[in-house]
Design a protein around this ligand. Structure first.
Ligand code: T3D
Length: 262
């Protein structure tokens, strides 16, 4: 267990898990927690033994978003733009730039910036009791921490507009239908289903996974020609890995490949 106060971080083999740990407020995000989350993600990114990172929450929910009691206590003079830049943006960049798959494991509520955290992960697995809300509008704010970027890309502009403008709470089932969740399982199966997903990803070639993540993320900024060039560059990089030769050799000799990450 790595040492933080407001997040629990644990590494077990190829699996790294960071659990938001302020369960009394449904893991509302205060300043110190966001700083720790950013540090924990950087630690996981730099740890070569970790191939897959899970983000989850302790207690009865994933994350209720910005700690509104902290905001209220700070008074009206706080610079919210500066707050986003200093506390939230490093977390979103850490998730997005990490060269390994990040999975959001969601149970209970993911609201406001809590939903943004889930959207910034590469895959989302939810229990049937998971709920999502772009709650920002209900307190007179706009979606932030990447929600206006990730949401339309994941579910299309029309539905993103509806969720952002109305702030409705949607169920796991609806989130799955929209493509927000990759998988929905009964609450009792969430840990096992996540472990299975981690195991599958952990057995795949890490460098190829990192390059896939990069190629898909960058695709939304590119035209076809730019993307074909990027694919060409990244494929050349992938073909230089030891894992490519291991995969090819395993196919030819009908063996299970054991990828090294080199
Ligand atoms: O500063 C900036 O950079 C701005 C950035 C803003 C980004 C945002 O995230 S804005 C959106 C913030 N989040 C919300 O608006 C959601 C607020 N919470 C709720 O609407 C409800 O709590 C829930 C729908 C999430 C859950 O409802 P329920 O009935 O299951 O639980 P509850 O009783 O409301 O909450 C349990 C406790 O958690 C309660 O504390 P208490 O009364 O037992 O002492 C509640 O106050 C606390 N809590 C829940 N959400 C937050 C929170 N405390 C602080 N901040 C919260 N966001």
């Amino acid at each position: 267990m790595l040492s933080y106060q407001f997040v629990d971080a644990e590494i077990d083999g190829h699996r790294g898990e960071i659990r938001l740990n302020r369960p009394q407020s449904l893991n509302a995000l205060n300043g110190p927690m966001l700083k720790e989350l950013s540090r924990a993600l950087t630690d996981m990114a730099e740890d070569q033994s970790v191939r897959v990172v899970i983000l989850s929450g302790n207690g009865r929910g994933f994350c209720s978003g910005q700690d509104l009691k902290e905001v209220a206590a700070q008074g009206p003079d706080v610079d919210i733009g500066e707050h986003l830049n200093s506390y939230y943006h490093p977390v979103i960049y850490a998730l997005r730039q990490m060269a390994k798959p990040c999975i959001a494991k969601i149970h209970g509520i993911a609201a406001g910036a809590g939903m943004s955290l889930a959207l910034a992960c590469d895959l989302r697995i939810g229990s049937e009791d998971a709920q999502f809300s772009q709650a920002f509008v209900k307190i007179g704010l706009i979606p932030d921490s990447g929600s206006t970027y990730f949401l339309p890309r994941l579910i299309g502009l029309g539905k993103a507009m509806e969720l952002a403008m109305l702030g409705d709470v949607i169920s796991a089932k609806e989130a799955y239908t929209l493509g927000l969740l990759n998988q929905v399982v009964p609450p009792k199966d969430l840990d096992d289903a996540t472990s299975q997903l981690v195991q599958r990803l952990g057995a795949l070639p890490p460098r190829a996974l990192a390059l896939i993540k990069r190629a898909l993320h960058e695709s939304s900024e590119h035209n076809l020609t730019q993307q074909l060039h990027l694919e060409q560059d990244l494929q050349q990089e992938a073909a230089l890995t030891e894992d490519y030769h291991i995969g090819l050799d395993a196919f030819i000799h009908k063996r299970t490949p054991h990828f090294t990450g080199r």
